[in-house]
Design a protein around this ligand. Structure first.
Ligand code: OFO
Length: 178
């Protein structure tokens, strides 16, 4: 049975994942409107991924005797200065989510909730990957630049990054099925 304090902050975490999904979908829409196919496809997949993070929390809460209340979502930011701002905001959002996951780990450690701690390990690892990915993207922006052909090249690079990520997740799903 979940401690009510843990249940409450897991539900708050669902709200953060939902907000992150909405923000990334809003970024997807802005990027698509700008004709940046690679970046917008990448961001659509990120939005879907954040939604699965919310659903995973929902299932855990309900499977653990709690009640996962579905959060309402505020309208996300919908226009951006440029592509660099989009990816800086992605990194900020991921860092914010990491710190709330770490806070959850702290609370569960204090309450000796070993089951939820075990469940949260997946999120700790995922956040590490997501922050690393966001920093890699910002590095690419610095290297390639967004002036002249730079934006076109960066967009192409993001499109191929998306294909690699999809191949990785298909491999992981295949390995799971074997
Ligand atoms: Fe779910 O917040 Fe990042 O990955």
């Amino acid at each position: 049975m979940l401690d009510p304090k843990v249940e409450k902050i897991l539900i708050e975490q669902m709200a953060k994942e939902a907000a992150s999904s909405a923000l990334y979908l809003s970024m997807h829409s802005w990027l698509e409107m700008k004709g940046l196919e690679g970046c917008s496809t990448f961001m659509f997949a990120q939005a879907e991924e954040e939604r699965t993070h919310m659903l995973k929390l929902m299932k855990y809460i309900n499977d653990s005797g709690g009640h996962a209340i579905i959060p309402g979502v505020k309208q996300p930011k919908h226009s951006f200065k440029n592509v660099k701002e989009v990816f800086q905001l992605v990194l900020e959002s991921e860092m914010d989510i990491s710190s709330s996951i770490h806070n959850l780990v702290d609370v569960c450690t204090k309450l000796k909730d070993y089951t939820t701690l075990h469940f949260l390990q997946w999120y700790v690892a995922e956040q590490h990957e997501e922050e690393k990915l966001s920093r890699t993207i910002l590095d690419k922006i610095e290297i390639i630049g967004l002036e002249g052909n730079g934006l076109y090249l960066f967009d192409k690079e993001m499109g191929s990054m998306q294909v690699q990520t999809e191949m990785k997740s298909q491999d992981a799903a295949g390995a799971g099925a074997a």
